[in-house]
Design a binder for this molecule. Structure first.
Ligand code: S3P
Length: 170
């Protein structure tokens, strides 16, 4: 764990439903790092939920707020940072992640993502036809996560095993 020795941030990116928050919490516990879930941090700062922000302010406002929170969080070290799936849509954010941490992309097959996100009502981008939206967004973002230092396919893999796989690289 050459990166852990330097308390280098471990940053999780990837599509919605790839397990960033679950895996992040387990990783933080193992490493003795602070867990920062960017969506949670953003909601705390805004004093309202993500669906609320999308509904009242729109996606551009959300992306600006997400970008501001990400840059602020990356001023610190020794954290596991679970980002929202769209945090990679701004190039400056990707650069900031690479400069301030070890970036791990979690991937999964569409069927597996659909299964994981189906019951949650807190993702405005998936409202309506969940499967159709997941497939469309995956297509739009097919190269968006490839800047990561390493990519871990989580399809059919439990969170504990994903943690092990990540720590083998970190
Ligand atoms: C989004 C992903 C969500 C959240 C918002 C937008 C996206 O986070 O930030 O609903 O654009 O992929 P999760 O990836 O944690 O679900």
């Amino acid at each position: 764990m050459e990166n852990a020795a330097q308390n280098r941030n471990l940053i999780l990116i990837g599509m919605m439903g790839t397990g960033k928050s679950t895996v992040g919490a387990l990783l933080a516990e193992k490493l003795g790092y602070r867990m920062v879930d960017l969506d949670v941090e953003l909601e705390r700062r805004e004093g309202r939920t993500i669906p609320d922000i999308f509904a009242n302010e729109g996606e551009d406002y959300f992306r600006d707020a997400e970008t501001a929170v990400l840059h602020k969080v990356l001023e610190d070290n020794g954290q596991v940072v679970a980002t929202g799936g769209g945090a990679v849509l701004r190039e400056g954010n990707c650069r900031a992640m690479l400069n301030n941490g070890y970036v791990v992309a979690l991937s999964a097959q569409a069927e597996s993502i659909v299964e994981r996100v189906r019951s949650s009502a807190d993702r405005p981008l998936l409202a309506g036809d969940v499967e159709g939206r997941v497939r469309k967004i995956m297509e739009e973002r097919k190269d968006a996560y490839s800047f990561a230092h390493v990519t871990i396919d989580t399809t059919g893999v439990g969170a504990g095993k994903v943690v092990e796989l990540i720590l083998a690289h970190y």
